[in-house]
Structures are given as C-alpha cells and as structure tokens.
Design a protein around this ligand. Sequence first.
Ligand SMILES: *Cc1c(COP(=O)(O)O)cnc(C)c1O
Length: 423
Amino acid sequence: MINGFTGFSNKDKFQYSRDVSARHEQDARRTPLEFNDAQLDAIPEKERRWSWVEIDLGAIRHNTSEVKRRLRPGCRLMAVVKADAYGHGAVQCAKASLNAGAEWLGVATVDEGVELRQAGITQPILILAEPPISAIPLLLRHRVTPAVYTAEFAIAYAEMADAHGLRAPFHLAINTGMNRIGVRWDEVMEFVLQTSFHRALVLDGIFTHFATADCPDTIDFHLQARRFVEAATALHDAGIDPGIVHCDNSAALLRYTETNFDMVRLGIALYGFHPCPETRKLIDLKPAMSVHARITDVRTVPMSEGVSYGLNYRSPGSVKICTVPVGYADGLRRALSGRTDFLLNGRRCHQVGNICMDQCMFEVDMRTYGTKPRLNPQIGDEVVIVGSQDGEAVTIDDMAVAAGTIQHEIAIGFSHRMPRLYV
Ligand SMILES: *Cc1c(COP(=O)(O)O)cnc(C)c1O
C-alpha cells in the first residue's frame, strides 16, 4: 500500500460521478449504425496503425532477369517462393518473377502450392519436400508436383493418380551429403527400379541440395556435386530419363555455373540478398523489402532517466525520445535492442531501450553539428526501419549480423500484422 491508497471503489462520494459500469453495459448492447462498413473498409491499412512493409516488385523482376541472363540458354529458372516468398508475399512475387523469365515455382508445403493455383497461376510448381500421403488428393487436384524419396509415397501417389486416370509426375530428392531428405545418391537405381513398375509414375526430374554452397570452402560442395552427377549418370546409363536435373540454390547458381544443369532454384537472391560475400562481385541485386513506420510519440527525457522495460538505456539529456509502433510481434527482433538504427529525414538515429512487443523507441540527437540542421521530430513523421532514405541505408544484412542470424530469418520474421504494400 502506498500512503494508504487502495483505489476509488466507491464512486458515490464524487459529486459529478456517473455510474460508469452501467453505461458500459448500455453501450455494449447497441451497434452504432451511423458507421457504414464500406466507409470503414476504405480506411487504408497503414492509416490504422502506423507501420507497414513495402515490397518493390520492380526489384523482384530486376533480380530475376539479372539471374536469367547469366544462365545458359535452355536452363530453366525456378523462383523459390516458399514461406510466403520469404515474407515478401508469395502470389505477387511469383507473378512478378514469372513475368521476368522464371518458368517454375518452388514451395515448401502443399498449401503454399494450392495458394498459387487459387490465384490463377498455371506454371509448374514443385514442393521441395515429400508431403504426407494423406495430402495426395490435393496434389492431383491442383497439379502440384511433389518431391519424393520414399517408396510408400511413390506407390500411394501412383495408385491414386491411376484411379483417376491421371499421371503422377514427381521429382526424386537425392541426398548427396546434406542429410536432410532424399534417397542416398548410391541407392537411386535401387529406388527407381523398385517403383518404376507403376505405369502412372513419371520421373519428371531429379534434384539435390547443397549444404555449403555459401561457404568459403569448396571441397564439400564439389563432393556433393560429383555424387549428384554420379546418380544422374547411373540413371541415364540404365536407359532411364531423369527428367529435369537440378541442384543449385542462389549461392551455387552464381558461384558455380558449371552445376546449373537443366534448372536452378533461385531463393534468397530473388529478394535482393546476397547469400554470401563471394556473390557481391558477381551480380547486382536490389533488395525488394523495406519497413516503414510513423512516429506516434515524442518526448524530451531528462538526463539519466531510463527508457523502456528494464530502463537499461539512460538518456544522455541532449536527445528526444521518439516512439514507433513496431515491436518484436512485428518481427523487429528483441535481440536487436540497441543494435539497429532507424532513418529519419535521411539521418541515422539509434534505436534505444528494449524493443517491446508492439512498440519501440529511438533517440534523436538534439545537439547541432556544423552546418547540419537539427532534426525536429514530430508525431506522424515517417521513419525507415529497413531500407534507404536520402543515400543512407539500414539493411537486413546488417540486422542479421547484429542479431547473430541470417537474412532469411529476419526477412521472414516481419509479420503479417504489418500490411504489405506493393510498389
Ligand atoms: C529454400 C531452398 C532453395 C532456395 O535456397 P536459397 O539459398 O534461398 O536460394 C533451393 N532449394 C531447396 C531444396 C530449398 O529448400
């Protein structure tokens, strides 16, 4: 108890009080009909909460065609749009990439494939993993091609296809050393002979995935590549057409053009990120994602007062503290607290204090430096959380380093609570 205070439970003693709880009950029973739904729906998402993600589809097209023109003629390009296109929006990015030269789409789950079909996309779609047998009707209904590596799945898939007078095309996943999924490279013949009796099954492609395509060392990469070629050759020599032969992800397709084969699988570089430092000199990529917010509060915090949970950050006195409605529930990782900058009027400002679930704070230095005009932050001013502004940039690469992770995880993290705007 503080000075004997326990709250004002008895309102009768206030001269001007109303019975608040009775009024709440009355209000809850009536719907204010004067607001019509069309008018409410017309309030733009970014005016409901001042934070949003912008996706530059021109960058997706640019990155696609930059990769496409490096490929030998006849080599197909698969745009990997799994995980909602690494957080960028699967349908929009798939369409943009297809327009710029991609021929195939790669996804991770059955539902991701169905989503693309329901958006009217007709190009071939490969699921980069083997789905549960119970999902086979969805594959056949929506013409989504699975990766396959178990005989049980292959047979069940073939039998259901046959029962409906359909073919059962698949890509055989081959494990050449990553040890995640697939038939071992030296057991591929056995697998194919074991399943090939089924007339509906069509081996439409074979693929493997590299564990170290983005690593400086190249020995393990070449070992995997040799094993993959060994498996492809064994099929070929036995008179079996392996279909589309593919193995390269972004790092591999840029660094090792000799393994581009019949198709490459473009993921992280499609969105404008370099998978490793080695690719920077090989291609010009444009990041497609930027994250924006508007200031929702501004205050002067006296010297040595703390800010945010834990009060770990202490004001040096010469700053204004601004709040934006972006928090770790939106994907601004709490591990980035005090380790990232925001851009305001083209100037870098340090994010300060612990990042909260729905909001966070940054400091604006109010001292003057030379001829630079002092910033004068106001409620409603736009702030860049990721992206560039007047020549300054905050990148997802920087954030990934600061948070001790890779760009994929940061980009995918920006959650759908923030609307995505396509520009
Ligand atoms: C995710 C994935 C890719 C794309 O990889 P990036 O490194 O993002 O280019 C390619 N192939 C498979 C099998 C994948 O799972």
